[in-house]
Design a binder for this molecule. Structure first.
Ligand code: AMP
Length: 341
């Protein structure tokens, strides 16, 4: 029986709790500064203490993980802190399809996969001179919304871009991706695709609370104008949401199209958890502005199961536990190669 490992951040607690519940040994690759926090949780069996997460590629880490027959569950921190090439070079088996993580990090590849999935997406702009209406400027990679900003014309864009350069957050235009701002109610749709059963499971929905854009509504319009704030979209936490039941059919259809497109473009495809991120407009039509091709932190809400996972499983099923269950099922069918890369 293998063990399950992850990096100490993002959704590590949920992933390792789920792994423990499914009977696995659990391993945390933990930065020294976070060790005290994670030692509080007794379902973590072994710690590999590092100075930085990049050490997960080193011989010492690889050897310990190999001795434990470990599988790494990738999450947002891995993507935020390591390049695609570095992730692909990790010798320890990674749960899911590690090749698709590059498609998440690279904005152009990301757009291609969303188009291939026939998702409705906001128009992207190739130059600030094309700005003609409300746009959002986003940084590449899993920046978690930090340093993003809104603009309605080129001049405003330049002003805000220059401030980010001054603050050392970006180097120039090439660090930013411009996309039309999609208006509506945000929803982050969490799925799990099982390569073993060929079934797509809809696991839950969350909304993000982002600072300081989500705090602005508490300030009257006059003060908003007076303080000349450039709001950012830095994720602070998540809150739950359930959808009108009539929306579920399209939720499954979008997820299935994504799984099929990923099979064509990035073999072996979208194995395991993923998330389609976007907004519902006034006609309840969904525009997808992003996807995550791995577990998202919004699933941390549902450690004891979600309103949707409870319809599929008669036991508390978190996304972390679902991942571990897939590894267990693959082990018993001798099909581990189908679910790790
Ligand atoms: P992302 O890194 O793309 O997930 O974006 C971070 C946050 O920026 C999201 O959670 C949204 O609040 C916001 N956002 C990103 N893209 C768009 C868009 N095209 N329209 C509206 N809001 C967006």
């Amino acid at each position: 029986m293998s063990s399950i490992a992850t990096l100490g951040s993002h959704c590590a607690l949920q992933v390792l709790k789920g792994a423990k519940d499914e009977g696995f040994k659990t391993i945390l690759v933990c930065e020294k500064k976070r060790e005290k926090l994670y030692r509080r949780f007794h379902f973590i069996d072994e710690f590999i203490v590092v100075d930085s997460f990049a050490e997960v590629m080193d011989q010492r880490c690889s050897n310990i993980l190999k001795e434990n027959n470990a599988i790494i569950v990738p999450h947002g921190t891995l993507i935020a802190q390591m390049s695609s090439a570095e992730i692909e070079s990790i010798k320890t088996p990674i749960f899911g399809n590690k090749w698709i993580l590059r498609w998440e990090s690279d904005r152009n590849m990301k757009e291609k996969l969303m188009v291939e999935s026939k998702l409705k997406i906001p128009r992207s702009l190739s130059s600030p001179s094309e700005i003609n209406g409300l746009v959002i400027a986003k940084r590449h990679g899993a920046a978690g919304g930090k340093g993003y900003f809104l603009a309605t014309n080129e001049e405003e864009y330049m002003k805000k871009r220059d401030k980010l350069i001054e603050d050392g957050i970006i180097k120039g235009d090439s660090d930013l991706y411009l996309q039309e701002y999609a208006l509506g109610v945000s929803a982050y749709l969490q799925y799990f695709y099982s390569e073993l059963s060929g079934e797509l499971e809809f696991f839950g929905v969350d909304r993000r609370y982002e600072s300081d854009i989500d705090g602005l509504g508490r300030i009257p319009a006059q003060e908003q104008i007076d303080i000349e704030l450039i709001p950012s979209f830095n994720v602070i936490g998540n809150s739950p949401l359930v959808l009108r039941e009539s929306l579920l059919e399209e939720v499954y259809a979008m997820g299935e199209r994504f799984v099929e497109a990923a099979k064509r473009l990035v073999p072996p495809g979208m194995t395991g958890p993923f998330c389609l991120e976007g907004v519902y407009d006034e006609n309840a039509k969904f525009t997808t502005f992003e996807f995550s091709a791995r577990i998202v932190a919004g699933t941390n809400l549902y450690v004891s199961g979600s309103p949707y996972s409870s319809l599929i499983y008669d036991e508390p099923m978190s996304m972390g536990r679902r991942i571990a269950r897939e590894v267990k099922n693959a082990n018993s069918k001798n099909s581990l190669s189908k679910i790790v890369t």
